[in-house]
Design a protein around this ligand. Structure first.
Ligand SMILES: Cc1cc2nc3c(=O)[nH]c(=O)nc-3n(C[C@H](O)[C@H](O)[C@H](O)COP(=O)(O)OP(=O)(O)OC[C@H]3O[C@@H](n4cnc5c(N)ncnc54)[C@H](O)[C@@H]3O)c2cc1C
Length: 405
């Protein structure tokens, strides 16, 4: 009996992982990629090291990292989660390591290892990879699909659609009756011009807190001062969870930063205790929190407190100013900058139109959709790829199951 044919549109993480798990004894498969090379985002990901996944192995905890898709991904991750990703690559000779912050990378520290593994796996199965082939139209016929590309026309029994965030390609799915949630950027840093940050690029804070009062949102975690404003996991998380609200405000909004991550009351009482215990110490010697010397000196200067003033003479007005600026500094954000290590689009195919048991379209039989093309995205740390691996794996399982049933 002739094998059924699968056409995969998009040679990124999702398209490749789905292809790599399709059973070649049941299907022939052709993967179409518009660029000259496949897996280009994998190549540049994680600063060239590819942050493959994240060491959170409980699906219920894992979904909390996805501002969009958390409800739907619970069942997806219950079938294939980061532990399965590690096992999958390990079985194919690629060892992955978990770093202190939970991010998972290849032992080689090179994204090329991941690319080679995925490519080998697809080619080993006898599947075809066609590059420089842009899909221009998909027509559903009675018994399959006719797909028009810049090179040739293809017939397929099944189509796996994994074109990433390309707005032009999303229109192909719109033409098949799918609806699109408008796309906006996610994972970006905040542009701020303010004397409190000047000359402090590179300064980091281990436990900061951030509030976005207009969006009634708050975050905590490491923070970093850059040449353009603020970055670090705390800011990136805020950018992801508020991607749509911030786009609506055209990236002009107010934030409140707590650099020390403790309440004003606690900070005040600790400083008062320090004043009592060490009255002769100068203010510059009185950095009793996890702050860099450079930031402390700059903060004293901003608060107009002489660095050599003794703690004993710290007035309550000076104390209040210092506490306010450390715990409740307000900044005006004006614009965003790209976080070069990782960025994604929020928005894409409406999740209500997907059957998450199989990643199949609820509108078109035989059509499977996976990856960033869906209205699913995560905070930084390997979660975006994990969604691609898990969704791609579900697609292949569904196809393999179809053929053998
Ligand atoms: C700089 C950067 C670094 C990143 N680092 C990380 C990281 O370390 N960890 C992490 O988890 N996430 C990371 N991400 C996010 C991650 O790369 C994406 O979530 C992931 O690549 C999405 O995979 P995908 O297969 O859905 O789409 P893509 O990787 O975008 O692949 C889609 C493919 O489809 C092709 N295509 C589109 N339209 C057509 C068409 N009409 N015909 C034929 N082909 C088409 C595209 O050319 C593309 O190759 C990073 C993103 C960026 C931009």
């Amino acid at each position: 009996m002739q094998k059924k044919h699968v056409l995969v549109i998009g040679g990124g993480a999702a398209g490749f992982f789905a292809s790599a798990n399709v059973d070649p004894s049941l299907f022939s498969l052709t993967l179409l990629e518009q660029n000259q090379d496949v897996l280009q985002k994998v190549k540049v990901s994680g600063g060239g090291r590819c942050n493959v996944s994240h060491a959170e192995f409980d699906p219920r905890e894992l979904v909390a990292f996805y501002p969009r898709g958390y409800r739907e991904l619970k069942s997806v991750f219950s079938k294939f989660q980061p532990g399965d990703t590690m096992a999958w690559f390990s079985e194919r000779g690629v060892e992955l390591k978990i770093e202190a912050d939970g991010r998972i990378f290849p032992e080689s520290n090179s994204s090329q290892t991941i690319i080679d593994c995925l490519k080998n796996e697809v080619l080993k199965k006898g599947f075809q990879i066609e590059t420089k082939t842009t899909v221009q139209a998909i027509v559903k016929s009675e018994n399959g699909f006719n797909v028009q590309t810049t090179k040739a026309d293809y017939k397929a029994d099944y189509v796996i659609f994994a074109t990433g965030s390309s707005p032009k390609s999303l229109k192909l799915l719109e033409s098949l009756g799918h609806s699109i949630i408008p796309q906006v950027p996610s994972l970006f840093t905040f542009n701020i011009k303010d004397p409190r940050l000047e000359g402090l690029a590179g300064t980091s804070f281990a436990t900061s807190e951030l509030q976005l009062p207009e969006l009634k949102s708050s975050e905590h975690g490491p923070l970093l001062i850059t040449h353009w404003g603020l970055s670090g996991p705390c800011i990136l998380k805020a950018s992801a969870w508020n991607a749509r609200g911030l786009a609506e405000r055209q990236y002009k909004f107010r934030i409140k930063v707590n650099f020390v991550g403790i309440s004003s009351e606690e900070l005040k009482s600790r400083l008062l205790q320090h004043k009592q215990d060490h009255p002769k110490k100068s203010l510059i010697q009185s950095k009793i929190f996890e702050l860099t010397n450079r930031f402390w000196a700059s903060m004293l200067s901003y608060c107009r407190i002489p660095p050599d003033q003794q703690m004993a003479s710290l007035s309550s007005e000076q104390l209040n100013t210092l506490v306010k600026n450390l715990c409740e500094s307000e900044f005006d954000v004006d614009g965003k900058s790209t976080f070069k290590e990782e960025f994604v689009s929020a928005g894409g195919i409406n999740l209500k139109e997907i059957n998450f048991k199989t990643m199949s379209s609820r509108h078109i039989e035989g059509l499977y959709i996976a990856g960033e093309v869906l209205d699913i995205d995560a905070v930084t740390g390997g979660f975006n790829f994990q969604a691609c691996w898990s969704e791609g794996w579900l697609v292949s399982e569904a196809l393999n199951g179809l053929a053998s049933s």
